[in-house]
Ligand binder design. Sequence first.
Ligand code: 4AD
Ligand code: MG
Length: 419
Amino acid sequence: MGFIHVQDVLTGKLTGKEVSLRGWVYRKRDQKEMVFLILRDSTGVIQLACKGIEEARKATIESSIQVSGIVKEDKRAPGGLEIQVKDLTIVGLAETFPISKDLSEEFTRDVRHLWIRSQKLRRIFKIRSEVFRAIHDFCRSRGFIEIQSPIFTTAACEGGSSLFEVKYFDKELYLSQSWQLHAEAMIYSLEKIYTITPAFRAEKSRTKRHISEYWTAEIEAAWMGHEELMEFGEDMILHVVAHVLKHCEKELKELERDLTELKELKKPFPRISYKEAIEKLGKKWGHEITDKDERELIEKLGGKPVFLTKFPRDMKAFYMRPDTKDPKVVLASDLLVPEVGEIIGGSERIYDVKELLESIKIFKLDKKHYEWYLDLRRYGTVPHSGFGLGIERLVMWISGTEHIMDTIPFPRTMTRFYP
Ligand code: 4AD
Ligand code: MG
């Protein structure tokens, strides 16, 4: 047998057998006769009982090691199993590891490149990886084609205030806020498309759910209306949650996530219009829904995901289609989830060229930046819709992680960009 993983040992099927593992020293307890090490690898941790093994005494926290030994049951060991080590080799002897006592958020973020090794982040990143897989599986199962859009862009998609300017040779360009505008061009070729991409927002707000570089799963579909878009989003969320429950139940439990909320998730998610929402909140028309309002709404509606729909036009983006029955609101929806708030933002798009020109005027945008985008309405326009789903916010909710920064390996915020 070659090297196996901690997880293979923890199945209990190898008890009594000799195994070889490699990983890092997670904990160390020196005793007279024995040294107890906890070995960690990408799948978990296991106790190593080292009797008469000199190398074990030399091994420091976070040293990389290879060991062979016999798997034994031991009630006192974490996981109920340990390895009685016969042979141990230090591969990379670690200097004194800087993360020991001070586990403050500030400090662990300063040494993020090392904190990445923590059990908490490992579990969250495993879930994150399964979220990506589930989104790909879901979109493909619905006949959506994966396609990419540029990151260097010339115009705002979601308003100028959160644009990142970058020097582009002797010009100024922006980092993409969303693949959407270019995606709208691509549906004329591929009809139903999706991507998972980085997106950039120069967010000055320091909240638990904003970072300046985040990942988003975006979809765009020709012939799709707003109702159908919400149903698609709902099905995607149900699929992702079921997939993560299936593949990461262990990690969810270790993170102490309440599984009932996830297991009991059902469609349809309630839909509530902006108008109904402000009535529930006791606010007046025109009130901007805050993070706190979102949480309050979810609470009032039973503590489950909810679609907030039909926002006043001036609160949303220029490309959103006004409701023909009530043109002061747009056919847009945000999916709100408990603890996190908005995770999906989507809408039906204006597809009439005159209406779009009008909207560009209302939103005081410079038409010359949107000429190519207007062309899409000039040559064979079709009704269409799409949304963006923030991956980190979804991972936050599913894993029960309090701060968005812990759902991405190297978070970027206004004040954090190192390491
Ligand atoms: O609601 P937003 O701004 O919508 C758009 O960008 C559309 N163009 C998407 C589309 O229709 N294709 O952003 C979509 C989602 C939000 O619901 C949120 O989950 C996430 O992106 N998001 C952020 N996540 C983390 N940090 C930030 N600063 C985010 N800004 C948006
Ligand atoms: Mg939004």
